[in-house]
Design a protein around this ligand. Structure first.
Ligand code: URQ
Ligand code: ZN
Ligand code: ZN
Length: 480
């Protein structure tokens, strides 16, 4: 069965065009004005609205075992919620425990993700180091389509990577043609500040942001950038939340270093007043790291996104319900860290990005889909409406409104960080792999329909340079 989407304006990162879209066999097979609809095609009318590439969320943690519990959203419910909101692919994380065999952890996560409704891929975290980890990184890049390795510089005593792990892993990733990503917070400082705050008798969620001030993030961001610079490896910093990390990225990029920055929809729109909320559960529901910051940081992050210093948006969708958050009821350091957003990211960014004039529609597509596809080597299979691309897209009605609430969202969590926010401009139809997975409130996701998507490594830079040099170098014959 082919799908024919007519009467819309196709909006890609590079251009917008009034065009119809023909889909067949899970792929886009034609894009153009006034196409002929095949007689057997299922026809959808965009009604003058937009047709956008499916969103890609480069940062989720479905059913993550963390801080003594397991995130409440699983790969099926989470990818379904994403599809409802116009996101058709996630990049999640394999996070081995220290000393755990890395390939064993990878296979465990692959098993969990088989229930996914839309396509997915994995960053693999390097949380410890020995020869087996070195080997596993090679196997993962060569045989399993992994081209990005994550490093948590926070979470001391759990999954924190110290400088020795960072240097070993960054070198290995470089030699494999892979990208390094980091959660940039100085875990040593966090641990010290946490104890200091507890010693002062502050045990509630208001202690969480006090233990992770922006300087703690800025130091780690700069340290990761400098290590990557010395080792000549590309770097991607996840969930930048503050001016300090943005400044570190801006300096590096202005000096020509290959550093990428991600920002969460939450960090762009939620400020730290949530931690001063009278209700314990409400404040605890917002405990995530890095914490939500004061308003001047949001303004800077928006400017960073507009200026191209931050390239991608994500959610860090890692959900814990109130009973789970209450595990830290008398010690904020034991509140499981994480918030949701996979269903709302595209909606809140259209409303506060495009409707506000901060972003053009094309820039919206770039920061919600295309840039992630390019950085993680998924493009042009993903992140664009073009012939040959996967048929992952949405019909976007710029006039349709929605008020966000935990009572109506499809995320498996009892809280929504955008609660009560009314947005204008949402998807009315979502197509994944050429199948309708959402239409006007009707959810049609299929458990297990999602595919694991390989992400090839990048040819090591110096390899390419050596080949280029060899190609032009005078050979013996030339010298005769
Ligand atoms: O740190 C992360 O990205 C994971 C553990 C989700 N939790 C969070 O607070 N960001
Ligand atoms: Zn993180
Ligand atoms: Zn995360």
């Amino acid at each position: 069965m082919s799908l024919f989407i007519q009467g819309g304006t196709v909006v890609n990162a590079d251009q917008s065009q009034r065009a119809d879209v023909l889909i067949d066999g899970g792929k886009i097979v034609a894009v153009g004005a006034d196409l002929e609809a095949p007689t057997d095609a299922e026809i959808f009318d965009a009604g003058g609205g937009y047709v956008l590439p499916g969103g890609i969320d480069p940062h989720t943690h479905m059913e993550l075992p963390f801080m003594g519990t397991v995130a409440s959203e699983d790969f099926f419910s989470g990818t379904t919620a994403g599809a409802v909101g116009g996101t058709t692919m996630i990049i999640d994380f394999v996070i081995p425990n220290p000393q755990q065999d890395v390939l064993e952890a990878y296979n465990t996560w692959r098993g969990w993700a088989e229930k996914a409704a839309t396509d997915y891929s994995f960053h693999v975290a390097i949380t410890w180091w020995d020869d087996s980890v070195h080997e596993a990184m090679g196997t993962l890049t060569r045989d399993h389509g992994v081209n990005s390795f994550k490093h948590f510089m926070a979470y001391k005593g759990a999954i924190m990577a110290d400088d020795e792990v960072l240097v070993n892993s960054f070198r290995r990733a470089r030699d494999l043609g892979a990208l390094c990503t980091v959660h940039a917070e100085n875990g040593e400082l966090v641990a010290h500040l946490q104890q200091d705050i507890l010693d002062q008798g502050i045990t509630g969620p208001e202690g969480h942001p006090l233990s992770r001030p922006p300087q703690v993030e800025g130091e780690a961001a700069n340290r990761a950038i400098r290590i990557a610079q010395v080792l000549n490896v590309p770097l991607y910093i996840v969930h930048n939340s503050c001016i300090e990390s943005l400044e570190a990225i801006t300096r590096a990029r202005n000096e020509g270093q290959r550093v990428f920055g991600e920002v969460l929809a939450g960090h762009l729109l939620v400020d730290d007043s949530v931690y001063r909320h009278g209700d314990w559960d409400t404040a605890a529901a917002h405990v995530m790291s890095p914490p939500f910051r004061s308003p001047e940081h949001q303004a800077a992050l928006w400017r960073g996104l507009q200026a191209g210093m931050l390239q991608t948006t994500a959610t860090d969708h890692c959900c814990f319900c109130a009973p789970q958050k209450r595990m830290g009821h008398n010690n904020f350091t034991q509140i499981p860290n994480g918030t949701g957003g996979v269903e709302d990211r595209m909606h809140v960014l259209w409303h506060h990005g495009v409707n506000s004039g901060r972003l053009t529609m094309n820039e919206f597509v770039a920061v919600t889909s295309t840039n992630t596809a390019k950085i993680f080597n998924l493009y042009p299979r993903k992140g664009v409406i073009a012939v040959g691309a996967d048929a992952d897209l949405s019909i976007w009605d710029p006039a349709r409104e929605r008020t966000i609430s935990k009572d109506t969202h499809h995320q498996n969590v009892d809280f929504n960080i955008f609660e009560g926010m009314t947005v204008c401009g949402i998807n009315t139809l979502t197509v994944s792999q050429g199948n309708v997975v959402y239409q006007d409130g009707d959810i049609r996701t299929v458990r297990g329909a999602g595919r694991y998507v390989d992400r090839p490594t990048f040819p090591p830079y110096y390899d390419a340079m050596q080949k280029a040099a060899a190609h032009h170098a005078p050979t013996a014959v030339d010298r005769m």
